[in-house]
Design a protein around this ligand. Sequence first.
Ligand SMILES: C[S@@+](CC[C@H](N)C(=O)[O-])C[C@H]1O[C@@H](n2cnc3c(N)ncnc32)[C@H](O)[C@@H]1O
Length: 248
Amino acid sequence: MPARRDFEERYFEDPHFAPGLKGGDEVRGYGYFPAYFPIVQAQLAALAELAEAETMLDAGCGKGALAEYARLSLRLTVTGLDYSAYAVRQARRRAGGERTVRGDIAALPFRAAGFDLVWCNGALQYLDADGARAALVELARVARRAVFVSSIAAFHERGDWARHDPLTRLYLRPGQWEGMARACGLDAIALPFEGESAALIGGGELHGGIAALALAFAERALDYQRRLGALDRVPPGLDAFRRRARNR
Ligand SMILES: C[S@@+](CC[C@H](N)C(=O)[O-])C[C@H]1O[C@@H](n2cnc3c(N)ncnc32)[C@H](O)[C@@H]1O
């Protein structure tokens, strides 16, 4: 269908096309603000180490830049999944990219507990609430140890973003993602990363609850972000997060 193909190519390549963050300023093919890539690198490196991950699913992998980084720099075996045929074609051209499939996060074509770590960055905001609930359950179903979900920060709903981005449907605070996951029967905790709405969810073989892993993950990720020069202040919600996680 040419119209859809054109839409997808523009979504990923045209910096002036909503949501307007793709294209010219890509870092290693990662279509966001250049300063965002080290933040995500630090998060992924920290969680992969703590979860002792060897395998990972990148759900909503886009053009596969982060999956490639995880394969080459973290030595993970990474499967990518995306709904966009254009993105899947691009992702398959990268190192290890033949492990990329087309599919829907809300109906994953994988067996239960098939991946040590499941990563879902910047995709769930495009679903409606029912779709997001189905996606959270699916992501947790295929995860052995942990699921990281990160979505657009809720405050963007009141700013320029919402006016220029007709695609985003869910602007939720981290605590709302946690609440949605817990209402689906999942073990989840909101994370204190500033500028995004992130939460960690326990996989089927994570013993002892998600709070201890989340505490260690947040500290290590922020430390790595600082070392990479991507953190210029302590997130305002960090102390409250620490108190809450310790009391869980
Ligand atoms: C903002 S991009 C993020 C890409 C990548 N995760 C990253 O961090 O750069 C959102 C991605 O989610 C994908 N996506 C949206 N809804 C999806 C769904 N229901 N199933 C699979 N992928 C989906 C889009 O095609 C797009 O590649």
